[in-house]
Write a protein that binds this ligand. Structure first.
Ligand code: NAD
Length: 472
């Protein structure tokens, strides 16, 4: 981010760069860019030692072209109004691209969660929720938070409990927040959703001859080399799916203490266990150490997956990147200066704004589950299995041959919740990738895939605003 611009202004700058390639009325574009509602809160919480701390917190609803609004809540000392506004705006565009029918929202509480006891965090979270209820800033049809930096299932359970306590009898109350534990209305398949979405998105890009011809790589993922930065939730699952489902070779994994390289491929689970046991990713059996972790980004490879932090590929190192495809699993890993270098070098950068949308997509599935009050697959699993068994039996009878047991089991299988969630996520990521690439190819003046993603988002939100008209 440039020092001259705030984060929210920077998002606006990227928006303007893409808006040039659309034909919308400037007034509509202005309305899309603006943040519709900002709630700034100050509330007191009594800490364990008896002293009172005044907590600063925010909830921003960037766009109401769809309801409810959706976006995570972060706990961080860096939280400020501008940051929450920028992140809420990005949620509007992200939801539009992956056809999740929500407006963008975001929340933040300016605290360091590591400096508070669990009881203090519970009080901070519950009071925050009650402030949102008081101002009508939360509800399954109004605004639905989710986890973000510094928050997880535990905080989401406190939020749903506070909400349903204050709004007893609201039949859809559990849809007021997503990212809940499964026992509290959460959905299976959410943990791996972002990494799996990254895999589906990059796989789709690699299946497109018009893209692969341009960068001089053969079609498909099979045998491609992958470098992953960050072995956290997103990096671990991305590596796992590229290896297991894509038959790729994950030749290097970088963590903050260093990176490891093995040209024959690494197994992320073994590396994870090694790091857990020894406290470091380095000295993994059979791998070469790279003590300066950043150098892993510059290794020759087909696909680079930054899945750790923002701004890791910038004007300083972009020129040394040798990957042909960059899949932005983290939020904001490449700077605008890096984008310019990629355009010159013909590197395809698959943008964060949609590539890491697996989490919000599966949050949408969780919300739908909460509104329907039934687990995915419960109604059809047995019916499907019984029907499949009849078809198989008939086939075997008519052909006089028996199917191999493993094959029989696979065909018989009726969908569980996790199967349906993964399948919905695959459909979402494949469609989003195709829409963006189609938009990019229709207008060769659009400089990169990131701008094409913005154009797709702007067109969808603008269509919504223009069809709805202006009240009164
Ligand atoms: P995480 O905390 O689980 O993992 C991050 C990992 O990166 C950690 O293992 C950390 O040690 C490592 N790391 C830190 N500094 C590093 C460095 N300098 N070099 C190499 N590795 C480093 O976080 P996560 O949930 O996996 O999120 C990663 C990124 O993906 C973030 O940008 C996040 O905003 C984004 N994201 C996450 C989700 C999600 O569902 N978790 C969804 C969308 C976007």
């Amino acid at each position: 981010m440039s020092a001259e611009y705030s984060f929210f202004e920077s998002v606006g700058t990227s928006f303007d760069k893409a808006a040039k390639f659309t034909k919308w009325d400037p007034g509509i574009l202005e309305q899309i860019k603006a943040c519709n509602s900002v709630l700034r809160m100050r509330y007191p919480v009594k800490m364990d030692d008896g002293h009172i701390e005044v907590i600063e917190a925010y909830r921003v609803q960037h766009s109401h072209h769809k309801a409810p609004c959706k976006g995570g809540i972060r706990f961080s000392t860096e939280v400020n109004q501008d940051e929450v506004m920028a992140l809420a705006a990005l949620m509007t565009y992200k939801c539009a691209i992956v056809n999740v029918p929500f407006g963008g929202g975001k929340g933040g509480i300016k605290i360091d969660p590591r400096k508070h006891s669990a009881y203090e965090l519970e009080k901070i979270t519950r009071r925050y929720t009650s402030e949102l209820v008081k101002k009508n800033f939360i509800g399954p049809g109004i605004d639905v938070p989710a986890p973000d930096y510094g928050t997880g299932e535990r905080e989401m359970a406190w939020i749903v409990d506070t909400y349903t306590t204050l709004k007893p009898g609201e039949i859809d109350g559990y849809g007021c927040v997503t990212g809940k534990p499964i026992s509290q209305g959460g959905v299976r398949g959410r943990k791996e959703a972002t990494g799996l979405g990254v895999f589906f998105g990059v796989r789709e890009v690699c299946s497109m001859p018009e893209v692969m011809d341009k960068i001089g790589l053969p079609l498909g993922l099979e045998g491609k080399t992958v470098v992953v930065q960050g072995l956290g939730n997103v990096g671990y699952h991305s590596a796992k799916f590229f290896r297991e489902k894509g038959n790729c070779k994950v030749i290097a994994i970088a963590e903050y203490e260093g990176a490891i390289y093995n040209e024959n491929g690494l197994n992320e689970e073994e590396v994870f266990q090694h790091r857990k046991a020894t406290g470091s990713i380095l000295n993994f059996p059979g791998a070469t150490n790279i003590t300066n972790s950043k150098e892993a980004l510059e290794l020759p490879c087909d696909i680079l997956i930054p899945a750790a932090l923002e701004n890791v590929i910038n004007g300083e190192n972009a020129d040394r990147i040798k990957a042909k495809i960059i899949g932005e699993a983290a939020n904001g890993p490449c700077t605008p200066e890096a984008d310019e270098v990629f355009a010159k070098k013909g590197i395809v950068c698959v943008p964060d704004m949609y590539l890491n949308a697996g989490g919000v997509t599966v949050s949408y599935f969780e919300w739908l589950k909460n509104l329907s009050h039934v687990r995915y697959g419960r109604m059809e699993k047995r019916f499907t299995e019984n029907m499949n068994a009849r078809i198989l039996n008939q086939m075997e009878e008519l052909s006089g041959k028996n199917m191999a047991e493993a094959e029989r089991k696979a065909i018989m299988h009726g969908p569980d919740e996790v199967d349906l969630v993964h399948s919905g996520l695959e459909e979402t990521m494949v469609q989003a990738t195709r829409e963006i690439i189609e938009c990019w190819h229709k207008n060769p003046e659009i400089p990169d895939m990131r701008s094409a993603a913005y154009v797709v988002a702007i067109n969808k939100v603008a269509t919504s605003y223009s069809e709805l008209g202006i009240f009164p």
